[in-house]
Structure formats: C-alpha cells, structure tokens
Design a protein. Structure first.
Length: 159
C-alpha cells in the first residue's frame, strides 16, 4: 500500500519531554536548497512549538548530503548539544550517485549517534522527483523536517 494520500507528518505527541533547556543542532545540506530550506523551516518551527528556545537551536550548512555525517559529528561531540538533526535531499534519477550518498549518510549518521551517545536524526529525503520532494517538504505529505524534529524530541526522553 503506497502512502500516496497520506500526510506522513501525523505523529503522536503524548508524553513528550521538557525541551526548554535542550540544545539542538540542525545541519542542512545546500544541494536542492529550495527543498532543504523548507525542511529546516519545518524542523525549526516544530522545535519551537514544543518548547525549545530559539537561542538553543544552532544551524549549520554543509555543501551536500554526503557532508551531513561530518557536519553532524562536529556538533554531536560538543557537550552542550543534546541532539542533532541532519536535513538533506537526494533526488533519484538526477544522479546514479544517489544510492551511494544515501547509504553513506545513513551509515555515517548512525555511527555518529552511537559514538557520541546522542540522537542524530536522519532527515534526508530520497524522492524520485522534485515534485515528490516538494510533497514531503511542506506539501501534501507533510514536512519531513517536522518529523525529524519530533523524532529528536522523542529520542531525548530516552537519554
Ligand atoms: N548532494 C545532495 O544533497 N543531493 C543530491 O541530489 C546530490 N547529487 C549529487 C550528484 C552527483 C553526481 C555528485 C557528484 C554529487 C551530488 N551531491 C548531492 C553532492 C554530494 O552530497 C557531495 O556534496 C559531493 O559529492 C562532495 O562530497
């Protein structure tokens, strides 16, 4: 069953932790920036909506999604950072590199998370087209940036 008609950003908000003192780093890939900017706006708005202070949200850009792992590592190793959100968009079909980039980022972010014992959230869209990307960046399927931020908040309740 496909998710063609679903807003994928519908999630439960029961029992969320207090994040008023938490510090988040959002690392944003500049490739497909018209998409990743919307992901950032969604992630930032969700963190604020659920209690994060604007001054406790750090933003950093990296050139492309492949660089998200290193960008995430830079912040995960900082003692004051509680969670890292990595945002990118790798459109399939535009490049045969997509599988390599996606796998490398997924693996890299997992490694950073386990190494620094902090939530590192995979907010990388892997759509087949620009249209599918827009659908997931504030369009009919919601905003994956929102979801990534909510995932970070939920994971903090474990730490
Ligand atoms: N980065 C992305 O974030 N999204 C892409 O769709 C994307 N496509 C790429 C296609 C090719 C052929 C190459 C060489 C790079 C691409 N990148 C993309 C950039 C990649 O993540 C990284 O910034 C560069 O490979 C430099 O390490």
């Amino acid at each position: 069953m496909s998710s063609a008609d679903k807003n994928l950003s519908v999630f439960s908000t029961d029992g969320l932790p207090d994040i008023s003192q938490a510090t988040f780093a959002i690392v944003v890939a500049e490739w497909n920036h018209e998409i990743t900017e919307k992901l950032f706006e969604g992630a930032h708005a969700t963190l604020i909506r659920y209690g994060a202070k604007p001054e406790n949200i750090i933003r950093a850009n990296v050139p492309g999604s492949y660089e998200l792992s290193f960008g995430a590592q830079v912040f995960a190793r900082k003692i004051e950072v509680d969670a890292v959100i990595a945002l990118g968009c790798v459109i399939q079909g535009e490049t045969k590199h997509n599988d390599y980039i996606n796998h490398a980022v997924a693996h890299g972010l997992t490694q950073v998370s386990l190494t620094y014992h902090k939530p590192v959230i995979f907010g990388v869209l892997t759509p087949n087209s620009q249209e599918q990307a827009l659908d997931r960046a504030g369009g009919k399927h919601g905003n994956k940036g929102d979801e990534a931020a909510m995932t970070a908040i939920k994971m903090l309740s474990l730490v």
